[in-house]
Design a protein around this ligand. Sequence first.
Ligand SMILES: Nc1ncnc2c1ncn2[C@@H]1O[C@H](COP(=O)(O)OP(=O)(O)O)[C@@H](O)[C@H]1O
Ligand SMILES: [Mg+2]
Length: 319
Amino acid sequence: MDLDHRTTTSATADVRAVRDRVAAHLVGRERETDLLLAAVAAGRDVLIEGPPGTSKSTLLRAITGEWGIPLLLVEGNADLTPTRLVGHHNPARVLREDYTADNFVPGPLVEAMRQGGFLYVEEFNRAPEDTLNTLLTAMAERTITVPTVGTVQALPTFRVVASMNPYDAVGTTRMPTSVSDRMCRLAVDYQDADAERGIVARRTGVGSARLVADAVALTRATRERDDVRQGSSVRGAIDVALVAAQLAAMRGVALPPAPDVAPPRDLPADYTGVVWDAVLVALSGRVHLDEIAEQTPEGVLREIWEDHFLLQPATAEPG
Ligand SMILES: Nc1ncnc2c1ncn2[C@@H]1O[C@H](COP(=O)(O)OP(=O)(O)O)[C@@H](O)[C@H]1O
Ligand SMILES: [Mg+2]
């Protein structure tokens, strides 16, 4: 497969087949798949901006999996020093042997360059500025120089992919324009309810379309509240469905069959009770309130649960 920077006719035909195979790993996200794949196939480094749980890792795993190259993940935080990114010399061996190329332990940046992988830096904006500058050099030059080791030349498929959470209030320094000027940018947001139901069904194997729909509706409602700074991603809905299925089995509660179009207020109390307990366990740690909110996460979730099952049946019906 020709994955060189230059777009050749064969690479163009290739990218189309790869696009179809990558898309098969995801529910929806056709447009995001196309845009991200086009950017990396064009040899570009990319910043993906979106809240947690919006398919960023899934997209990257699908692309690197199809390309047959490694995906190296690092989390951007104050501890991500240039040394941690580039690598270090084994201190015990340095004492015996002095600094040699042989006792160098490569960090994820050098590994990604040597193996032609994607270096995925999550929460990019939280990394220290000297780390951003190290990345900048690697992006601009496609080589870096490591003292005693020499010049590391990146294979053609090496890419830097960074992610940022737009809701992130801490450590959000403006990206230096020297960095942002070298990257393409893809914004991703939450998917629609239909896609989220597809994701939850696919990731959990829960057969009750009713439970899948309720888990998704309750989770999505956490994102609609004025007193919630950041609600739960689809990960919360996946957990609601999984925990509820286990609780139902333990308590001998029947999950409503699929498809079930009963208005939510007509659902049996033992079922809605199971969903409530699952919501507490799965979502209470995932609802981040505004600082000025006088509510607790449990209080917010109780209101959402009551709105869904008792007050506004129309909002909860599947489809
Ligand atoms: N479009 C999608 N298709 C299938 N599964 C998805 C999709 N989006 C998210 N998921 C699932 O939701 C969870 C979170 O997705 P992930 O890609 O890890 O999010 P992010 O990296 O943006 O935080 C994972 O379990 C993943 O499998
Ligand atoms: Mg991720």
